[in-house]
Write a protein that binds this ligand. Structure first.
Ligand SMILES: [Zn+2]
Length: 255
């Protein structure tokens, strides 16, 4: 039974990864994500279904468009591989053995999966699309209403409110002092959405870890103060990490 579930998750995950690639490419440009279903970013060639098999097509075509030969960025392949892997990992972490109602599997699968297109749109285009971040808020609140969830509604709602207000004030202060936007609206919505999933106990860790990760990256690789900084990528990585390791780290600290 488990083997069948994993195969199904792998197939679904790879197809979802293929769709994420469409989102990553088109959302920052405000293009339709449905029409055309899949096309070459260079020549617009509509990719037929037999050349649109996740992972396999990329390898068979050696990462090039069949029509114009333009190379397809390697992140397409990465997204198609990590999406099913993350989905399967969440199943092992929160699947049937952990919670018979599967509510935690669905909850953390949605949270982790949304982080994938957010990571790449922010890394490649410096944008966290609102259509990806804002729906996390009602979805997280809905999960908190489920009787077998690991977070109650009051915690989810209050944490989200506090996170939003806190970040909004910081963004305003930064704007007043430095006369430029430090924290983007995208980051604020994203962290508010994550707060409805993770609650008051986990959010301080998300803040501290993503900030540390961001600072480390900045010091090692960027060092240019005026360069735009994709904070959302670090929030996304930290969130996925925390879904898998957070409760263990917290229990270590509490001893
Ligand atoms: Zn092409």
């Amino acid at each position: 039974m488990t083997a069948i579930i994993i195969i199904l998750l792998a197939i679904f995950g790879a197809a979802l990864g293929s769709f994420f690639n469409v989102l990553i490419h088109r959302l920052p440009q405000n293009k339709s994500i449905i029409k055309p279903l899949s096309s070459c970013a260079s020549c617009g060639y509509k990719i037929p279904f037999y050349l649109n098999i996740p992972i396999i097509s990329y390898i068979v075509l050696k990462g090039k468009c069949k029509n114009c030969g333009a190379s397809i960025h390697w992140h397409h392949l990465v997204v198609e591989i990590i999406t099913p892997l993350i989905l399967i990992a969440v199943f092992f972490r929160y699947g049937a053995r952990y919670n018979l109602h599967h509510v935690l599997f669905f909850k953390y699968a949605i949270l982790c999966l949304v982080m994938i297109p957010i990571f790449f749109t922010d890394a490649l285009h410096k944008i966290i699309p609102h259509v990806l971040s804002i729906p996390l808020i009602p979805i997280g609140l809905l999960f908190s209403l489920h009787p077998f969830s690991d977070l109650d509604f009051k915690n989810a709602a209050i944490t989200a409110l506090v996170v939003f207000a806190f970040l909004y004030i910081i963004a305003l202060l930064y704007m007043l002092i430095r006369k430029q936007a430090g924290l983007g609206g995208g980051d604020i919505w994203l962290l508010t959405g994550i707060a409805t999933f993770l609650g008051a106990l986990n959010m301080p860790f998300i803040f501290i870890l993503s900030a540390l990760l961001g600072i480390l990256w900045f010091v090692i690789f960027i060092r240019d103060r005026d360069l735009e900084f994709a904070f959302g990528t670090f929030i996304a990585v930290t969130t996925v990490f925390w879904v898998f390791a957070g409760d263990r780290i917290i229990s270590l600290i509490w001893i």
